[in-house]
Design a protein around this ligand. Structure first.
Ligand SMILES: NC(=O)c1ccc[n+]([C@@H]2O[C@H](COP(=O)([O-])OP(=O)(O)OC[C@H]3O[C@@H](n4cnc5c(N)ncnc54)[C@H](O)[C@@H]3O)[C@@H](O)[C@H]2O)c1
Length: 253
């Protein structure tokens, strides 16, 4: 039994870009039947095309994770197409800058709706299907920022801290149902979100130096860890909060 997702029906949110896109491709290459979920239709369909062009299996389901109707529909489409749901990589999110003073109430609400409520909704509708299947595995993407604050990202940091607590709660609630729930904390990863962060915060271009490995990470490096956690290999791992950060959080503490 290897760290693969052979035959596993797996929803990936935020799969039109960055870590989610990388994960969808890696999961499919390792046998998963992938449901590509995102608000970005063009990017999402490109991910599906890429997977199919490599001989993998994927479908596109437009999903705004902050919408209960969309989250429910995404899970229903996964089960309708593939007959079951085994895994969820709940990863969609965005990263605006600002202190609490700069952050408008509207932006706060949208951020919490997408980054935190989106995790709640995707898990809320996925877990009952995993129970029907007799087991399941969920990985949520938080951030090292969820445990180590940086300046000028107050709302984002709050949303990521919330995800960590939610993962622990779900791990306990569903442990006896054979559903494992784990959390990954990426450091700086080369994606559109990261490029935007660098543009909006002049003077902190050299994020590589913040990471003891003296480089930033690649989406596929995050995907491999998520795949391990989703797979049947780590059968005694649930409620774990795992940095994927080239040593960033070890150095800060
Ligand atoms: N890149 C990094 O350095 C980094 C570091 C720590 C954590 N993260 C986290 O990783 C996750 C993925 O980020 P990324 O770096 O790949 O960013 P990205 O911008 O490349 O991809 C994010 C994807 O999420 C989608 N998305 C946004 N709002 C959505 C919604 N309401 N419903 C569905 N999809 C939505 C976007 O369309 C996009 O395709 C995020 O949760 C982010 O907070 C990223």
């Amino acid at each position: 039994m290897g760290s693969n997702l052979q035959g596993k029906v797996t929803i990936v949110t935020g799969a039109a870009s960055g870590i989610g896109r990388g994960a969808a491709i890696v999961f499919a290459a390792n046998g998963a039947k992938v449901v590509v979920a995102d608000i970005n239709e063009e990017g999402g369909k490109k991910t599906v095309e890429e997977i199919r062009s490599r001989g993998g299996t994927a479908i596109w389901v437009r999903t705004d994770v902050s919408s209960a109707a969309d989250a429910k529909n995404c899970v229903a489409k996964a089960v309708g197409e593939f007959g079951r749901l085994d895994c969820l990589f709940s990863n969609a999110g965005f990263n605006p800058t600002g202190t609490v003073v700069d952050t408008t109430e509207e932006l706060w609400d949208r951020l919490i709706d997408v980054n935190l409520k989106g995790m709640f909704l995707m898990c809320k509708y996925s877990i009952p299907e995993m129970k029907k299947a007799g087991k399941g595995s969920i990985v949520c993407t938080a951030s090292v920022d969820g445990v180590l604050a940086i300046r000028n990202e107050a709302a984002y940091i709050a949303s990521k801290g919330g995800i960590i607590s939610l993962v622990k709660a779900m791990a306990l609630d569903h442990a006896l149902e054979n559903i494992r729930v784990n959390c990954i904390l990426p450091g700086a990863i080369r994606t559109a979100l990261y490029e935007k962060f660098i543009q909006e915060n002049p003077g902190i271009e050299d994020q590589a130096k913040e990471h003891p490995m003296n480089r930033i990470g690649e989406p596929e490096e995050v995907a491999e860890v998520a795949m391990f956690l989703l797979s049947d290999v780590p059968t005694f791992v649930t409620g774990a909060i795992i940095p994927v950060d080239g040593g960033y959080s070890a150095a800060k503490t």
